[in-house]
Design a protein around this ligand. Structure first.
Ligand code: GAP
Length: 448
């Protein structure tokens, strides 16, 4: 069970180079974060694992990588220009802008309900009873395309990656000669002008999503919805090693659902600030393809060879944020225990996710014969395991602590015995047990 605080995660992330505030030297910019050397390795491992499970392991799921800026007509048709909103209240006294649903501590975004809940509320910033009535606020970020900055050149940074999946539905179906059911998957950045970005990388304004739209015959709704809910749960537990006690289901009621969804189930993770949304599965019905048919005038119907009938496919969507997944993985892996009477902090990451699979050290760095043998082992391990770190700083105890904190599963030490019999000491991150193995046994088998 995760009992880690937000401060623990934030401090570790900064101290060890997972996540830095964007524009740190200028005091940061709210809702934007940079990944450091370890963070980018972890992010890449998460994306790779998802791509493998989602695309490579499903013969009927194809990948795309669409542009961040698409025709604004796409977002008009999809309903985002009119409906991609959060409820907002302003304070007339101090000017604070606040998420009305957060202030009312509810999942509902229904304006009349929020009005009722907030009627006696004071502004949490200045304490005055000067809040406006809740209103809808559009979260899409705008820019201009081309040299003229007027209404005709307005474009939006995509608020979800799904948009270009829908517009490529026909391209992919045709080029891959795909038959229903089939999916289109995408990993990429999305932008939301969140009113109150918060909780470290949990709610940000520039995010990355991993999404898949599964195009189906309408009668498959129930089974496909169940299939992709199960996929998300199993991925988190089996592929990322997230403990089941840290996960729970949350079904959206009507007031909570996005404008395109007929049903939505989130997997909530026990984040330091409580159980919150990590991964959504949505039944988007034929909402999007129908909307894009109307908006574009193109026929996006599917012709079923067997029944000889045409219809608009339904869509089941699987959608998860990379940053939230990283935060969940860090919180889940974060552990403090005691070794030989000394407290230690250890990230119990699955080896497949660990930024470095092993750290290689010569026992003494002032003995050239040990250093050169250690460099040979280092080169061998880089070939064998990929991301491996050379670590000859400080004494061996300190190296182990440092590697434990960043989740390195194995520490490999080259000592005088290595020069005699070719064996090295390997030390396991989780058990702290040490044993000697021959250098030829330093393979991926050690990382299971
Ligand atoms: N295409 C569907 C869609 O975008 P969503 O529930 O708005 O649905 C999907 O977002 C996932 O994207 C969420 O479950 C979450 O993991 C991530 N996400 C959404 N907004 C986010 C934000 N402001 N910051 C970080 N992650 C976010």
């Amino acid at each position: 069970m995760s009992t880690v605080s937000l401060e623990d995660i934030t401090n570790l992330a900064k101290r060890r180079g997972f996540v830095f505030q964007a524009s740190d030297i200028y005091g940061g910019i709210a809702g934007f974060w940079d990944y450091g050397p370890l963070g980018v390795e972890l992010v890449n491992n998460l994306k790779q694992e998802w791509w493998r499970a989602m695309v490579r392991e499903h013969d009927n799921v194809f990948g795309v990588d669409g542009a961040i800026i698409q025709s604004p007509r796409l977002w008009e048709a999809s309903g985002h220009v009119a409906g991609f909103t959060d409820p907002l209240v302003d304070c007339k006294n101090c000017g604070a802008r606040l998420r009305a649903d957060h202030l009312a501590d509810t999942d509902s975004t229904d304006l009349s309900e929020l009005k009722e809940l907030l009627k006696d509320k004071a502004c949490p910033v200045c304490g005055k009873h000067t809040l406006t009535e809740p209103r809808k606020y559009n979260m899409m970020m705008k820019t201009w395309v081309g040299p003229v900055e007027d209404e005709s050149s307005v474009a939006y940074l995509r608020p979800e990656t799904a948009g270009s999946i829908f517009t490529n539905y026909e391209n992919v179906r045709e080029t891959m000669r795909a038959k229903l059911p089939f999916g289109i998957a995408q990993i990429g950045k999305a932008f939301r002008n969140e009113i109150s970005p918060r909780d470290f990388i949990f709610r940000v304004r520039e995010l990355e999503q991993m999404e898949m739209q599964y195009f189906i015959k309408p009668e498959m709704q129930e089974t496909a919805y169940a299939q992709w809910r199960e996929f998300a749960w199993n991925f988190l537990v089996e592929r990322l090693g997230i403990s089941k006690e840290n996960l729970q289901w949350h079904e959206h009621d009507e007031k909570e659902r996005a404008h395109y969804a007929a049903a939505a189930h989130d997997i909530y993770f026990r984040f330091p600030q409580g159980f919150k949304e990590l991964w959504g599965t949505h039944n988007r019905t034929d909402f999007d393809l129908s909307a894009h048919q109307r908006g574009s005038g193109k026929d996006l119907q599917y012709f079923d060879d067997e029944t000889r009938q045409k219809f608009t496919p339904y869509v089941i969507e699987s959608s998860v944020g990379v940053g939230r997944m990283l935060m969940a993985v860090l919180a889940n892996a974060f552990a403090e225990d005691e070794l030989h009477g000394e407290k230690r902090l250890v990230l119990k990451l699955k080896p497949s996710l660990a930024p470095y699979k092993a750290a290689v050290s010569p026992l003494l760095k002032n003995k050239p014969e040990l250093v050169s043998r250690a460099q040979e082992v280092y080169a061998q391990l880089k070939r064998e395991l990929g991301a491996v770190m050379w670590d000859d700083n400080g004494n061996i105890g300190k190296r182990y602590r440092r590697q434990d904190e960043i989740g390195t599963p194995l520490c490999v030490t080259i000592d005088f015995q290595t020069l005699e019999d070719g064996t090295v000491t390997i030390r396991d991150r989780d058990t702290a047990e040490q044993r000697r193995v021959a250098t030829r046994e330093l393979t991926t088998d050690l990382l299971t």
